[in-house]
Design a protein. Structure first.
Length: 193
């Protein structure tokens, strides 16, 4: 009888551990989403501020130099991990290397290029915006050509299979890209249920 209660305790502990791991993943995703929202708000505040263009450019220079000196690199290089939504559903498999973020999308999601959060948010508001900023930095001589962010979306039968982002360069951008992908895919996944 004591053996059964020991086995039951182990099962309960395993369930609790699984729950805690899922909650940690959910909260991490939520933190990443909140950081993304803060950066979007910061961009809007900067765009709507009363500073002149010369003042903004002078203030940006030290920041760019500081980032270039730091060259923060992600802690999870080469790691392959599951990317999960808030409810624990599998969104895809994520691989991060020094210069590339690669997400293989869960085929059960059935995401197409014209879906709203994917096209209007992830592509236009996040990835295209980063490409534009980097292109301007290359033209201004702040960024070495070939180091600018680029991305590819791989389709199979009209559905998104892979999202590949190259030259993200630092930890902040890595977090922003991953949290944006998570939010967009999780939103689509929630609407499909």
């Amino acid at each position: 009888m004591s053996e059964e209660s020991g086995e039951e305790k182990l099962k309960k502990l395993a369930i609790v551990k699984s729950y805690l791991e899922r909650r940690i993943e959910e909260l991490s995703g939520e933190i990443e989403s909140l950081r993304l929202l803060v950066s979007i708000v910061d961009e809007q505040l900067a765009a709507k501020s009363f500073k002149t263009l010369e003042t903004v450019k002078k203030e940006e220079k030290p920041k760019v130099v500081e980032v270039a000196k730091k060259e923060e690199k992600p802690k999870e290089l080469g790691a392959v991990r599951n990317l999960r939504g808030k409810s624990g559903n599998l969104l895809g498999m994520l691989t991060v290397t020094q210069d590339e973020i690669r997400l293989t999308v869960n085929p059960e999601l059935r995401i197409t290029s014209d879906m709203k959060p994917f096209s209007s948010f992830l592509i236009k508001k996040v990835l295209d915006a980063m490409v534009k900023v980097d292109k301007e930095d290359v033209e201004a001589g702040k960024l070495e050509p070939g180091k600018e962010l680029s991305y590819d979306i791989v389709y199979e039968g009209g559905e998104v299979r892979e999202i590949i982002v190259r030259n993200y360069r630092d930890e902040r951008r890595l977090r922003e890209v991953i949290s944006s992908i998570r939010w967009a895919l999780d939103t689509i996944s929630s609407s499909q249920r």
